[in-house]
Design a binder for this molecule. Structure first.
Ligand code: NDP
Length: 315
């Protein structure tokens, strides 16, 4: 039987693993199966340069940072499996946790399943998925189909700025389609994007349709100016959605408290959920800050809450 099972392998999960390992709990982390949407290591695996994680004073790439996090957790005895949890028996004590192929018994669980990129939900997005449509420029931006060709990025947050800037390394022009007339992104990122001669903002605009054909995939987008209702077609070979994220909380629907968008609700100032012995940390329970450093901080909180809870069970 496990003392603590950690579900998810981003900054929150790895930090929870580091702390519970150093508390001699020999944690087991289920990192998730590598797939296009969910990479072990979480969202940082699709980030280029991280410049705001304290300690990495010269910046670091997301994948390198997650490798370092994992290495540090491993050094103190964390065990890792590339497994995705499909079911949890919340009523059983110990908890019973299942993947497609295995099951585990555990006294406690730390949920650090993070969040996943969202799409607009247009049928044409779905139609050309992986044929020009992507939510990850870092993963796909260097593909031949985008080289020296125009592309579009949808969104106005830091992710959109980061994706657009990254794409300027390959593409001839990057149109950033935003539904308002000012970016939501931090000033430094927005200024950097707007100063780049390859980036063209398309203000007050939404995407009506991704254009394409069966043979070539994406060939353009049709955007609508929401003030004038005017439709404009932009020729492009790539469409990158960068409109935010959805928390990966489906496993807990109907069981844990969550807000209307699916973010798990923890007891204020802690990582306790309404189920004893089950803690939540990182982006799956944080729709406000969503930073690597805050996720790591809440992973640390979950480990401390969990360690103390386990101690109290034996007292
Ligand atoms: P955000 O929620 O910050 O931004 C989402 C953007 O998409 C907004 O501009 C929003 O428009 C737009 N949007 C949302 N839904 C729709 C829709 N249905 N149609 C059209 N547009 C839509 O998400 P991000 O992923 O950009 O960032 C999340 C967090 O991660 C933030 O805290 C950010 O600071 C952080 N981050 C930091 C980075 C860094 O520092 N290097 C890099 C990436 C992210 P509107 O503005 O009108 O709401």
């Amino acid at each position: 039987m496990e003392n603590v099972l950690i579900i998810g392998s981003g900054p929150a999960g790895y930090t929870a693993a580091l702390y519970t390992a150093r508390a001699n709990l020999a944690p087991l982390m289920l990192e998730g199966e590598p797939s296009k949407d969910i990479l072990p290591g979480g969202q940082l695996m699709t980030t280029t340069e991280v410049e705001n994680y304290p300690g990495y004073s010269d910046g670091v790439t997301g994948p390198k940072m997650m490798e370092d996090f994992k290495h540090q957790a491993e050094r103190f005895g964390t065990r890792f499996l590339y497994e995705t949890v499909t079911k949890i028996d919340f009523d059983a004590r110990p908890f019973k946790v299942y993947s497609e192929t295995q099951s585990w018994e555990t006294k406690s669980i730390i949920v650090a399943t993070g969040a996943t990129a969202k799409y607009l939900g247009l049928p044409s997005e779905e139609k050309y998925m992986n044929r020009g449509v992507s939510a990850c420029a870092t993963c796909d931006g260097a593909l031949p189909r985008f080289r020296n060709k125009p592309v579009v990025v949808v969104g106005g947050g830091d992710t959109a700025m980061e994706e657009a800037l990254f794409l300027t390394n390959f593409s001839s022009r990057v149109h950033v389609i935003h539904r308002r007339d000012a970016f939501r992104a931090s000033k430094i990122m927005a200024d950097r994007a707007l100063a780049n001669p390859k980036i063209a903002p398309e203000w007050n605009s939404t995407v009506d349709e991704v254009l394409g054909d069966d043979k070539t995939g994406v060939t353009g987008v049709r955007i609508r100016n929401i003030q004038t209702d005017k439709l404009t077609d932009i020729a492009c070979t790539g469409y990158f959605a960068a409109i935010g994220h959805k928390p990966n909380s489906d496993l807990f629907k109907g069981v844990l408290d969550m807000d209307e968008t699916g973010y798990l609700i923890t007891k204020p100032g802690s990582t306790y959920t309404k189920i004893e012995g089950l803690f939540a940390a990182g982006d799956v329970q944080d729709k406000i800050y969503r930073q690597a450093v805050t996720a790591a901080g809440s992973g640390c909180m979950a480990a401390i809450d969990c360690t103390r809870w386990l101690e109290a069970q034996h007292a």
